[in-house]
Design a protein around this ligand. Structure first.
Ligand code: IMO
Ligand code: MG
Length: 429
């Protein structure tokens, strides 16, 4: 039985939380496989909008187990805060419902401090990270000096490892960045308590996932960030430090490609990007502001982790087709179609011009992408309010044509369309 991979098909913030929440209702396990609390996923619980950063969308579905998979980097401080907050809202994330893989890495205070110091030093050349310590945590993982979650079960060794981490981070902070050192004793004590709490949640999640698959249950792999932020296939170096694509699901959760029978790419009806790096269809005008919104609504285009205004622009079909290819997408979910109401015409990018030559493939090289100018086709817009639509036939002809253009260009069927933040405002094709 299937693993459903749910993957951001753009630069993150595609509305993955919305659809993950819907699919979680049918999944016995919902697993995050990559990243850490750099993610910010918005789900609606009753009347309340809830932001999750580490916990997958299964939190409010009592029959799903929430897994933090081996590909993640977990900040225990953030985790404690988030679990407490979600439990206040009724999530009941006890040690039966929330499982942490022992091979996941822990993201520690030194990583956070080094991320911030590194970004500040880069100044105008900064990547624009979330400053959550993601890069330094994955650096330690790759260098094989990271601290894995499994060590929480061994209090003595854990305290020693946290102490060593702080010592190493302090050496770099003071020597390379002229920053004050972190206080090792306080942090070691704080982390001893966090480890005692979360050690109860340790479980070999690969075994749990395979057992569920053998019972015929559905496992949802909930992606964080997006395809174009993938460490290998994204717009390096303006990427995150993890594998955000389908390949990352396999390595992180320990499943084979035959298990992943549905690969759902989530794409917004336009594009956004937060942080630096090339963005061919970016708008720097009033239309861009209109796509962003004013920030008055929680779903406006402002970072849900950092509050930064997102860069916005037209839908980039060249990039979306690339995402379809490298993930092996089997379907697409199109979100925030309502934001386009009243914009007429609606340009979509169908090719790039690079040094005067047209290019139809997304360039693998980031500098080349930076030199690409978008070539647009204008599609007709629509003026009717679509936020009450509950099926495709409720949409005006121009909105359906927009959907069909995306399908024809990418070769991927659109299975769900969202036209607002409410749980009822996402419908199946
Ligand atoms: P969700 O899961 C959008 C971006 C950062 C920066 C780059 C590297 O909500 O879609 P990092 O802190 O990961 O080292 O930053 O990646 N970024 C995201 N952009 N949505 C996210 O997550 C992101 N997580 C990281 O802005 O450009
Ligand atoms: Mg987000």
């Amino acid at each position: 039985m299937p693993v459903i991979a749910l993957i951001g098909a753009q630069w993150g913030d595609e509305g993955k939380g919305h659809i993950a929440d819907k699919l979680a209702a049918e999944s016995s396990i919902v697993a995050r496989y990559n990243g850490g609390d750099n993610a910010g996923h918005t789900i609606t619980v009753g009347e309340t909008l809830v932001r999750t950063h580490l916990i997958p969308a299964g939190a409010f579905h009592p029959r799903s187990t929430c897994v933090l998979g081996a590909g993640m980097v977990i900040n225990l401080r953030s985790l404690a805060r988030e679990v407490d907050e979600l439990n206040r809202l009724g999530a009941n994330l006890n040690s039966d419902r929330l499982k942490i893989d022992p091979a996941a890495h822990l993201l520690l205070p030194g990583h956070v401090a080094l991320d911030g110091a590194g970004e500040s030093r880069l100044g105008r050349d900064a990547i624009g990270t979330t400053r959550r310590g993601i890069g330094p945590a994955y650096t330690d993982k790759a260098a094989r000096i990271g601290l894995r979650a499994g060590l929480m079960a061994n209090a003595g060794a854990f305290a020693e490892a946290v102490g060593t981490h702080i010592e190493q981070a302090n050496a770099r902070l003071t020597r390379d960045f002229d920053q004050p050192p972190l206080d090792a004793d306080t942090i070691v004590a704080e982390y001893a308590a966090l480890a005692a709490r979360f050690a109860l949640h340790l479980a070999d999640t690969t075994t749990l996932i395979h057992a569920a698959l053998e019972r015929g249950e559905t496992v949802l792999a909930e992606g964080a960030q997006g395809t174009l932020l993938d460490l290998d296939h994204g717009t390096y170096p303006f990427v995150t430090s993890s594998s955000t694509i389908t390949g990352g699901v396999l390595t992180a959760l320990g499943v084979g490609p035959k298990h992943v029978t549905r690969v759902i790419g989530v794409a917004k009806a336009f594009c956004s990007r937060v942080g630096a790096g090339p963005f061919p269809t970016e708008l720097r005008d009033a239309l861009g502001d209109r796509l962003r919104g004013t920030g008055a609504n929680p779903w406006d285009e402002f970072g849900s982790t950092t509050g930064r205004p997102r860069r916005t622009g037209w839908l980039d079909l060249v990039a979306l087709k690339y995402a379809a290819r490298i993930n092996g997408l089997t379907e697409l979910v199109l979100t925030k179609l309502d934001i386009l109401i009243g914009i007429d015409p609606l340009p979509v990018c169908v090719a790039y011009a690079f040094r005067g030559e047209p290019a139809t493939d997304f360039p693998g090289d980031t500098a080349t992408l930076g030199g690409c100018a978008p070539i647009y086709t204008d599609l007709p817009g629509w003026h009717d309010d679509i936020t009450a639509a509950r099926r495709i036939d409720d949409l005006p002809q121009a909105a359906r044509a927009y959907i069909e253009t995306i399908e024809a260009f990418t070769g991927i069927p659109i299975s769900h369309i969202s036209i607002g933040p409410d749980r009822s405002q996402i419908f199946t094709r």
